[in-house]
Design a protein around this ligand. Structure first.
Ligand SMILES: NC(=O)c1ccc[n+]([C@@H]2O[C@H](COP(=O)([O-])OP(=O)(O)OC[C@H]3O[C@@H](n4cnc5c(N)ncnc54)[C@H](OP(=O)(O)O)[C@@H]3O)[C@@H](O)[C@H]2O)c1
Length: 298
């Protein structure tokens, strides 16, 4: 489908002495990412909401890679205080990959009144990254990779951030636009430092991400989604390649890619204009900081 791939597992450099944190590392493309980083000798932290699911993934990765430096960190990104505590408990680690996400889940608010997809995909990752940032900077050279989607379909509606009256897809799309806007401002703040932050659309990948949507759908929709997945989706290995590229390829530092957007496989692309609008970039950062200051005092 991609002809000659621009990046493959073989291109991942040796990662001895590197630490990689993979949010959502117990499943889907996060699992493949964690596994391949471990295969190249990184010390890998697999984040998962459930210790059991996380430990199962860790055991499997250890067996497949013969790397014993793989551990689980419990992390629920919709629980911002818990996310802050998890990050606080973490020391001297670098090269995190921000991957976890939810898609098209039913309308639900987290305990702070923010819609679950936005709370998890954007705000949770903002908390996690912000608390870890001093460690990431101290461990430089290091990378931050935020997983967005080609489905960044609309700008940020600051007057109605929860989009209750809109579709599940609008809410998912807004949270994924936020991932790009966040990455641009993060990269700007890291300019001149040996920390490279970029955003990645992994492609349409056959994972369990559609399960939130499927749970609300009828038999016909389920059949169509499964058919489309079978015909068009990348497998999980290929789906992980672009984020592995952004996390490990020497090209990122050589070309000094900062605040960029990559699509499969390992290709630089321009996101839609509303996802790079400088006014929205600054406004979202300020909005998120004010929210977290009010809710968590950080
Ligand atoms: N698959 C695609 O076609 C596609 C396309 C574009 C972008 N993406 C993006 O790729 C990323 C990974 O998706 P995937 O396809 O690999 O999906 P997946 O197989 O459903 O995996 C999602 C991961 O996120 C974790 N997660 C969910 N809610 C969480 C929370 N509140 N706190 C912490 N972790 C949570 C899940 O862990 P639990 O076991 O705790 O549920 C799981 O490990 C997402 O950011 C997604 O938006 C995927």
């Amino acid at each position: 489908m991609f002809g000659q791939k621009r990046f493959s597992f073989n291109d991942i450099p040796d990662l001895t002495d590197k630490v990689a944190i993979v949010t959502g590392g117990n499943a889907g493309i996060g699992y493949v990412t964690a596994r391949e980083l471990a295969r190249k000798n990184a010390h890998v932290i697999v984040c998962s909401r459930s210790i059991e699911r996380g430990q199962t993934a860790v055991n499997k990765i250890k067996t497949e890679t013969n790397n014993d430096k793989v551990e689980v960190l419990q992390l629920d990104l919709a629980d911002w205080k818990g996310t802050k505590d998890a990050a606080d408990s973490f020391v001297a680690r670098k090269l995190p990959v921000n991957n976890a996400g939810i898609m098209a889940t039913p309308y639900e608010l987290n305990e702070h009144g923010i819609e679950k997809q936005f709370a998890t995909n954007h705000v949770g990752h903002f908390v996690f990254t912000k608390v870890l940032l001093p460690v990431i900077e101290a461990s430089a050279p290091s990378r931050i990779v935020n997983i967005t989607s080609d489905y960044h379909r609309l700008g940020i509606n600051f007057d109605d951030i929860n989009l209750e009256k809109e579709s599940v897809w609008a809410r998912y799309g807004q949270s994924k636009t936020a991932n790009i806007l966040f990455t641009i401002e993060l990269a700007r703040r890291l300019e001149g430092k040996q920390v490279w932050a970029n955003a990645v659309h992994p492609g349409f990948v056959a994972t369990n991400l559609t399960q939130g949507y499927m749970a609300q759908s009828g038999v016909l929709v389920k059949t169509i989604v499964n058919l489309v997945k079978t015909i068009f989706a990348l497998n999980e290995d290929d789906g992980a390649l672009t984020q592995l590229y952004a996390a490990t390829s020497p090209e990122i530092e050589k070309e000094n890619y900062r605040g960029k957007y990559f699509v499969p496989i390992a290709k630089l692309e321009t996101p839609r204009p509303f996802a790079t609008n400088q006014e929205t970039v600054s406004r979202l950062w300020k909005w998120t900081e004010e929210l977290l200051n009010e809710k968590l005092g950080i």
